[in-house]
Design a binder for this molecule. Structure first.
Ligand code: ADP
Ligand code: MG
Ligand code: MG
Length: 915
């Protein structure tokens, strides 16, 4: 016969049946309590009822597996023996807590009941034992209150009602003329117990349970049931925690931090969770019980003087030096054992220290990096472990200036956290105003219903962008992320009135010129000016990123259109430019006029005349970029967007341009109208422009190679890679390549300089991926343009997807937004096919990706897996991509057992760089 399942695990007196690796069964709290017990750390004795019982309980509508009652009774006997007290005994009562604890911590979501076992008989024993009547009645009234609330459900019945126990307490204090709970006498507290019980009886029609066993099972049932209360259910949904995990229940002997001045309770972190500094950080309260520290009734005191302490304030180290020393030793022991920063709970009862909880502590990005680096230096962990411990998304926090977390703020509204960072500025409603105000040295926030490509310059001039419509991949969001600029998108509570120049949120009106502040990581908007702080990129961050690069095999480049962006990206470790969009250069200053002239010209001669004006400007841009990248490869894409994006739209603009060009406004207007397309994203764009107007490609090639020669003559190395967009058929590439090569040879001959260069293409149409073997006969490199490839594979327009895509994701029709994380099964299959076919023709074909996906950690992992040479992403995401790439490479390696003494990795991993 199979052995009966074990449902109850005992811990106490230095021995536990469970251990830290049994979190699935015992929950995080129970497993770690067992582990601490086995380490010889003082933990009040108790037992854990497994998560399997919770599953059983949920399935059977509140029943327990056969034999559980007997097992609990047996475990309770053991606890009594260790603690030298008896549950329900009138002379020497044992009290217990019933604590929830799932596999991973769900802070504050489920219930815990303290002081179980108190009744009108055992209270006498407690008084006798402690010689402290006030303490005993204080524990009793807390118990009846907590039990009444959590187990018996005596709570406010409507939203307007106050907490009924709180009301009685307030009344009592008023009657006694005191303000603090601590000022109530034993007699007052005794009365409260009776009044609380009366309230419960009135509400339930039956008396408060006096039988300790009934109390215990009531508590156990309530904790199991709390797995399914609405807030716990929503928390699980948000964090993707499976329904069937269940919670464990920990029944543990009570220890009291509220038994006088030699008692205390506190919480601590083994290192500073905000900065990561290696000192013991914590807070405590003397003469208080567990929850009091968190509840903030009294200001807690720091445990030591590692950091400045307010004048006159005592620390635990001052007040109880021996206990502090013991606690500090436990801190060392826990860190050494868990090899990570721990978050602990402790209670001191009459000069004796008890540990109640330990778990891996949550931390900021700065702390995560510092702790990981420090722990390698302390030989607690290996470099590999350090690199695996920091979340790529998390380090985003370290790269942008942020609002001072200590400043007081007035929340105005919330939207989507579209682009991280902070912005403080005056509200403007148009891109032109943004530019004009910025020119006057003002800081502005551009507020729009949504943005369009016309707004680029205004967005660039603004500190931040706030929109009322659009999602995480809206124009505003994508462009802002690319610029590394703070953006809050889709703040739907705002009503914008462009005409009158204000917006409203509820009753609050914000006018043009008013100051607001935004936190792009939280999606929050505040009234007024919130001070900013520059996050410190400390030495540890640099060290950490150096290690990251030791493990990484995937190259990381950047998408940059200006020398400034190129410089930022290099500082963040970019190894080249993977995408330089030449059209962004067309918007600068007066250039747009020449561009418009070129587009609207009647013939080749007219176009060439306009192009001649653009050539020197574009050449100087390339010179700046080549200089900034100093020998690193620079991939430059020829003109890509549909031409109408550059055209004037208002009558005024048309009149002015007509004057400049010496044509009639009506003629110009007709030309503008003729360029309109029903479906511009699938229209006359990409290489189709260069095929219709070869002189555009020729001018761009000339600008690139003249710039390259110029920089080469300055003694710098240059590696231009010319990239032809939106190729669907190899012949398109062939035609464009001929122009580029011919121009390059001409320029180099004229300049007397030889430059190594490549001509390649973007793979952003399904047909290109499907015929990649043919395309590779012409292309010297591929770059997957996964933004367009996603649009064309799904057949959906990103600009219009905001109306239905969020619904698809919310309903689980799609697992995630395919514009954020690459759709591995569909789009990814085309990428994989493109790589394989391309390398069949050209084994040394260099392959990269330059869509938004290049900066998304999950997509970077995919790129590593399918053997790309590099990813390219916006400058501010370069470090994130580097870390994601390193983690992908490490995940490939066979898992190494952590050695006792971790030795920092010496060997440099061979690198396949993108050169
Ligand atoms: P949470 O998971 O919400 O922190 P806990 O189970 O840790 O809930 O308990 C809430 C509070 O009660 C904590 O401050 C904890 O230290 C305290 N506590 C729990 N069990 C005991 C006990 N046996 N003796 C003393 N304090 C306890
Ligand atoms: Mg806790
Ligand atoms: Mg494209």
């Amino acid at each position: 016969m199979a052995k009966k399942k074990k449902y109850v695990y005992f811990f106490g007196d230095g021995k536990a049946e469970g251990s830290a690796d049994m979190k699935d069964l015992l929950g995080g709290k129970g497993a770690n309590i067992a582990e601490m017990t086995n380490l010889g750390i003082p933990v009040p004795a108790g037992f854990t009822i497994t998560t399997e019982v919770c599953t059983y309980f949920q399935k059977t509508g509140g029943k327990y597996p056969p034999g559980l009652k007997k097992d609990v009774a047996a475990a309770l006997k053991k606890v009594e023996k260790v603690m030298g007290a008896k549950f329900g005994d009138a002379k020497n009562p044992l009290l217990v807590s019933v604590r929830s604890g799932a596999r991973i911590s769900m802070p504050g979501m489920m219930d815990t009941v303290l002081n179980i076992g108190l009744n009108d008989k055992t209270i006498q024993g407690l008084i006798e034992k402690t010689q402290n009547e006030r303490f005993a009645y204080d524990a009793y009234r807390r118990f009846v209150n907590m039990y009444g609330d959590v187990v018996l459900g005596v709570r406010p019945r409507t939203e307007k009602e106050h907490d009924p126990f709180e009301e009685i307490l307030e009344k009592k204090k008023k009657a006694r003329g005191v303000t603090l709970d601590t000022e109530l006498t034993a007699e007052d507290l005794k009365e409260l117990v009776a009044e609380f019980k009366a309230l419960i009886k009135k509400r339930l029609g039956r008396p408060f349970p006096e039988d300790p066993m009934e109390q215990l099972w009531g508590g156990i049932g309530a904790v199991f049931a709390s797995w399914n209360i609405p807030r716990a259910v929503s928390y699980r949904q948000i964090h993707g925690i499976p329904e069937e995990w269940g919670t464990a229940v920990n029944v543990q002997a009570m220890v009291f931090g509220n038994m006088g001045e030699d008692s205390a309770t506190g919480v601590a972190f083994t290192r500073d969770p905000a900065t990561g500094e290696n000192y013991f950080y914590g807070e405590y309260l003397t003469n208080a019980q567990g929850e009091d520290v968190v509840a903030g009734i009294r200001t807690p005191q720091p445990i030591n003087r590692a950091k400045k302490v307010p004048k006159g304030m005592k620390t635990l180290e001052d007040e109880m030096p021996k206990i502090y020393k013991q606690l500090a030793t436990i801190r060392k022991k826990l860190e050494k054992h868990y090899r990570d920063m721990q978050d602990i709970e402790f209670t001191i009862q009459q000069g004796r220290l008890w540990m109640l909880q330990t778990r891996t502590g949550k931390r900021t990005a700065a702390a995560a990096v510092k702790i990981a680096v420090d722990m390698v230096k302390e030989r607690l962990i290996t470099k590999k472990e350090a690199v695996m411990r920091v979340e790529p998304e998390q380090i985003d926090q370290l790269l942008h200036p942020m609002l001072d977390p200590k400043a007081s703020k007035k929340l105005l509204t919330k939207g989507l956290p579209a682009s991280p960072g902070a912005a403080v500025g005056q509200v403007v409603f148009t891109a032109e105003e943004a530019e004009a105000w910025a020119k006057d040295g003002k800081k502005v926030i551009l507020v729009r219903v949504e943005t369009s490509p016309d707004d680029i310059r205004g967005m660039n001039a603004a500190e931040g962008i706030l929109t009322t419509r659009g999602g995480m991949t809206s124009h505003a969001a994508v462009v802002a992320r690319g610029m590394g600029k703070c953006c809050v998108a889709g703040a739907g509570d705002m009503a914008v009135n462009y005409k009158k120049g204000f917006f409203k949120v509820g009753k609050v009106t914000v006018k043009q010129g008013d100051w607001i502040s935004m936190d792009g990581s939280k999606g929050e908007v505040y009234l007024g000016q919130v001070p900013k702080v520059v996050p410190q990129l400390t030495g540890e961050f640099a060290t950490f990123m150096k290690w990251v690069d030791e493990f990484r095999t995937l190259g990381v480049r950047t998408n940059a259109d200006t020398p400034h962006d190129a410089g930022v990206a290099r500082a963040f470790g970019a190894e080249g430019i993977g995408l330089c969009r030449t059209e962004h250069m067309f918007f600068e200053g007066k250039r747009i006029d020449a561009v418009r002239e070129m587009i609207l010209a009647e013939d080749v001669a007219g176009r060439k005349k306009a192009l001649a004006k653009i050539l020197p400007m574009q050449r100087e841009d390339f010179v700046g970029i080549f200089k900034a990248m100093d020998g690193l490869p620079v991939t430059i894409r020829t003109l890509d967007p549909p031409l109408h994006e550059f055209l004037p739209h208002t009558d005024k603009e048309i009149r002015e341009l007509a004057k400049d060009m010496g044509v009639k406004p009506s003629v110009l207007k007709a030309k503008v109208a003729s360029l309109a397309e029903a479906n511009p994203m699938l229209g006359h764009r990409g290489c189709r422009l260069g095929i219709a107007y070869p002189e555009i490609t020729e001018m761009q090639a000339r600008a690139i190679f003249e710039a390259a020669c110029k920089v080469a003559k300055m003694g710098k190395r240059v590696h231009p890679e010319v990239m032809i967009p939106l190729v669907g058929h190899v012949n398109e590439l062939k035609l464009q390549k001929e122009i580029v090569v011919k121009t390059a040879e001409e320029v180099m001959k004229a300049q007397g300089v030889k430059i190594k260069y490549l001509v390649g293409t973007m793979i952003e149409l399904p047909r290109a991926a499907l015929t990649a073997d043919q395309i590779a006969s012409e292309a010297q490199f591929f770059s997957f343009g996964t933004n367009d490839l996603t649009q064309t594979t799904f057949g959906l327009s990103r600009d219009d997807a905001g109306k239905f895509l969020p619904f698809y994701v919310a309903e689980g029709i799609l697992p995630h937004d395919p514009f954020v994380t690459i759709d591995e099964q569909g789009v990814g299959k085309l990428v994989e096919m493109g790589v394989t076919l391309g390398r069949q023709t050209r084994p040394d074909l260099k392959v990269g990706i330059c869509g938004e996906h290049g900066g998304d950690p999950a997509s970077v992992r995919f790129c590593h897996k399918v053997g790309l040479n590099y990813v390219s992403c916006s400058p501010y995401r370069v470090p994130i991509a580097r870390l994601a790439a390193a983690q992908a490479a490490l995940a490939d390696q066979p898992a190494a057992k952590p050695k006792k003494k971790a030795s920092p990795a010496k060997k440099k991993t061979a690198k396949k760089k993108s050169k």
